[in-house]
Design a protein around this ligand. Structure first.
Ligand code: ADP
Ligand code: MG
Length: 239
């Protein structure tokens, strides 16, 4: 297997991102526009069908926008000390019902007794959610997702491993590109958001993947971000 280190430059391609957003949002808008014109008061049965598609398209725009919100200047970026093992366990608990439906099993040895990490808890939780979601989606007939968190030399290494469909070299090259997805209903924003968040924490993401064998994501984070004091912004509304 080949290991690639993803470069942070990829996330600063603002022009590509803007073009992608415009495209991704225009598609559902065009379809909504067309459907609205088809609505005809004399044919209520057909109208219910059109309305349903319109709602689906609106939900898609909403979903894309909410994923992008993480990249926007956040309202309240609040770095604090917290236990990342607890966050991982919370995400597992949250996703357990869906995992059961998909025949996916989690393993997480929650006994490393990691000291706390200084970071943006909501954002790092979002990274764990996005990575576990991808792992689940890589297991169409079920499988195992192994999670671990280990502390070493002032750093915490999180690992998310699945024995799923894996990725080709071609796919790996494109990871982190905004809107790059191989899924019918994907947005291709999840990983880009993860890269951005981990970059904000001065960490790194390594992806090791083999087609039809599985994928391992390794996230390395400093326990205490170097310039963390500069980054602490407290939303006045929360005080
Ligand atoms: P999305 O999940 O909406 O497709 P992401 O940015 O989360 O967008 O992922 C981009 C692409 O990276 C996916 O479409 C998939 O091809 C690939 N990918 C990410 N994680 C995995 C994984 N664990 N196993 C296989 N492929 C993955
Ligand atoms: Mg995803």
């Amino acid at each position: 297997t080949e290991e690639i280190l993803l470069k942070s430059e990829k996330v600063s391609l603002i022009g590509d991102l803007a073009a992608g957003i415009a495209h991704e949002i225009r598609n559902p808008l065009t379809s909504i526009g067309g459907l609205v014109q088809l609505i005809d008061e004399s044919e209520p049965e057909k109208n219910d069908f059109y309305k349903e598609i319109i709602l689906t398209e609106i939900n898609r725009i909403n979903f894309i926008v909410s994923e992008l919100m993480v990249l926007a200047k956040p309202h309240a970026v609040y770095f604090s000390w917290f236990n990342i093992e607890d966050s991982i366990q919370n995400v597992i608990d949250l996703m357990q019902p869906e995992a059961n439906l998909r025949n996916v099993m989690f393993t997480f040895d929650n006994k490393e007794n990691i000291t706390k990490i200084y970071g943006e808890k909501n954002q790092l939780t979002q990274v764990i959610i996005n990575m576990i979601k991808n792992a689940m989606e890589a297991l169409p007939t079920g499988g195992t997702i192994q999670l671990s968190a280990v502390q070493n030399n002032g750093r915490i290494v999180l690992s998310i491993r699945d024995n799923g469909i894996g990725m080709s070299d071609e796919q790996k090259k494109r990871l982190g590109e905004p809107f790059y997805t191989t899924k019918f209903n994907g947005t291709g924003l999840g990983l880009m958001v993860c890269f951005k968040i981990i970059q904000n924490h001065k960490g790194t993401i390594e992806i090791d993947s083999e087609l039809n064998a599985g994928t391992t994501i390794k996230i390395t984070l400093p326990i205490h971000t170097a310039n963390s004091t500069e980054r602490v912004k407290v939303d006045k509304n929360l005080m």
